[in-house]
Design a protein around this ligand. Sequence first.
Ligand code: ADP
Ligand code: ADP
Ligand code: ZN
Length: 215
Amino acid sequence: MLRIILLGPPGAGKGTQASRISEKYNIPHISTGDIFRKNVKEETALGLKVKEYMNKGSLVPDDLTIQLIEDRLSADDCKNGFLLDGFPRTVYQAEQFDKYLSERNLSIDHVLDIDVKKEELLTRLIGRRVCRNCGATYHVINMPPEKEGVCDVCGGELYQRADDTEATVENRIEVYLAQTKPLIDYYEKSGVISHIDGATGLENVFNDIVDVLGA
Ligand code: ADP
Ligand code: ADP
Ligand code: ZN
């Protein structure tokens, strides 16, 4: 049983590591960003509400986000743990989430804070490419696919996220510093946080995470 929160700025490698953690520990990878993007793509009522916030690189309102995560966590596959990627992102979300957990006698086992410095984040985000079909993530230089523009996993088309442009990326990093970074202190108090250097290469980062979670 593992309940994990991945914390860190946009581009730190949360999604990349989450896929591997999810596979090794057999817990669902729950990315609020992925769920919001799916809703935008399918033009659902939720998607129409969140699209503008996402394109600007602002946060989606807390109430929508908390509702979404509570619905998702009520699914059967979360009974034996979960891996949250991109939630919580504000102190208010974290407080509401703590209430949700304590009402159910649950608690978080690990908060993994992955850190990378700003210049590297910009390079990573602007070079990020994502598979339209399966969501696998690549980087034009750091992790290129075998064939340009084509997903190694499923053959799907790779695209650049609407919010991975230079102007929006700067704003997302500002939003992270102002609204999400305070969560490091918040979780420091509960003693469940571990700090991971996200700039050491994919394998090393994963090994550091496994050292924290246990093999
Ligand atoms: P996040 O989910 O935190 O926004 P991603 O996992 O999508 O970040 O990674 C952002 C970009 O950086 C992607 O293009 C990814 O391929 C690349 N990347 C991820 N981890 C590393 C790493 N350890 N070293 C170099 N590039 C990385
Ligand atoms: P990244 O990890 O690359 O920064 P995500 O895919 O996690 O990006 O998030 C993309 C966008 O989705 C965010 O910029 C924000 O608009 C929205 N979003 C995702 N998770 C949350 C959240 N917990 N609270 C508010 N907005 C969110
Ligand atoms: Zn794919």
